[in-house]
Design a protein around this ligand. Structure first.
Ligand code: RP5
Length: 162
């Protein structure tokens, strides 16, 4: 039987997939299973509400939402759940993602969205933050995070100046 997914990844369009694959890839490095869906806050709001409405009952513990332009997806997700929501603003518009960053980060009081950096670094960090949330009640994951940090540290320390 396939492992039960604890993380749901949503994105506003299939044009977001190349960047959001980074989230899935990073989760896989920690052996965290996820479900990925395309659902748009503007073009398919009913699908967003349906997926998010069922998420907690289906064992999802963290939701990651990536969107570009007037990126309301993460906020719309937050409106339908009390699960932690991580937003990834995506570039691709004339404003290079600054529009998506502000749309995602500027949530009104009481409705938080943990907003990452624009694009691939944010997509990767979304996965790591999701792992950090899951690791608060999973010692194996906490151990994997420590090893991940140690590896990063060693890579920096082993780097030579040319
Ligand atoms: C947003 O609009 C999507 O998240 C995407 O980043 C952007 C452009 O979508 P497409 O026109 O490429 O489908 O809703």
């Amino acid at each position: 039987m396939a492992e039960k997914a604890n993380v749901m990844i949503l994105m506003g369009s299939d044009s977001d997939l190349a960047v959001m694959e980074e989230t899935k890839k990073t989760l896989a490095e920690f052996e965290v299973a996820c479900k990925m869906h395309i659902a748009s806050a503007h073009r398919s709001p009913e699908k967003v509400a349906d997926l998010v409405g069922k998420a907690q009952k289906n064992g999802i513990k963290v939701i990651i939402a990536g969107a570009g332009m007037a990126a309301h997806l993460a906020g719309a997700v937050a409106a339908h759940t009390t699960l932690p929501v991580i937003g990834v603003p995506l570039a691709g518009s004339a404003l290079n993602g600054l529009d998506a960053l502000l749309s995602t980060v500027q949530m009104p009081s009481g409705m938080p969205v943990a907003t990452m950096a624009i694009g691939k670094p944010g997509a990767k960090n979304a996965a790591i933050l999701a792992v950090q949330i899951l690791a608060t009640s999973d010692d194996d994951l906490a151990d994997k995070l420590m090893k991940f940090r140690e590896k990063m540290k060693a890579k920096v320390e082993d780097s030579e100046c040319l």
